[in-house]
Design a protein around this ligand. Sequence first.
Ligand SMILES: O=C(O)CCC(=O)C(=O)O
Length: 279
Amino acid sequence: MDLAPIDRLSCAADREAIAARIASAEPRPFIVTDGTARWPARTKWTLEFFADRYGDSPGIAPLEFGVRPPSGKATLLKAFIRHLDDAYTNLPGLWVGPKPEPADPPQSGWSFSWEPFKHDPALLDDVAPFPEAVPNLTACLPRDLFHALEAIHRHASFSIYISPRDTITPLHRDRHNLFACLVQFQGRKQVVLFAPGDGTSDGALAGFDPESPDDRLFPTMRGRAALGGRLEPQDMLIIPPNWLHYTRSENHSLTLSHNFFNAANLGDYLRSLLAEIGR
Ligand SMILES: O=C(O)CCC(=O)C(=O)O
């Protein structure tokens, strides 16, 4: 599959280009190279920092992405970080959901997903200010309103993903017409992105591997334009609403994921939120 590179832009040098992209009728993903320049997290957030400071936080190491309730091993953050090399074979903890046969332990799973600000609201100060060049109204909301919106869409606006090497996040699009922002803090990730478009549902893409596409099984993806590249530490990838995205950790990795809205997607976001309230 031919992958066009993802443009790399700097808040300092490309402010107008960034504003034009966000406001465009067909915005394209881009990497902000200096988005974390003023964040304390830039030097502070490492796997060691989270293991030392928040290691006793419980969570689930899920076997698969996006399955709710998750099936996997309930464990502690520090145990997962210390077992990144053998996360699905020797991780201490208790199985939640179907327990694999002892003779057939899972060889891989998905990332340990942790909601940092639920555990310590002060962590929000580590990832502020959001770069002014990238309009973000979510980041301007008073905390109580921000949490009320999260409760309505039942999805955290900020998550941290801790992923062993070779972890794959399958192709999917984020809900509620929100922008996504992936900030890499440790390790490197390959990403592949497809524009919204041909109406193929996420379910119909289950099993599609953009790094080795099977045109016979997934004919609608044949020849479809894609962007791809590698996220390095401190890269901030901005993904416009409804772009399909896929990631693979090249090594043990720490990523912040943040969903947000601004004037460009506010209407679509509110429509989606109202539909959720009516459900
Ligand atoms: O960081 C990752 O591996 C994937 C995160 C992602 O795709 C998301 O949060 O929507």
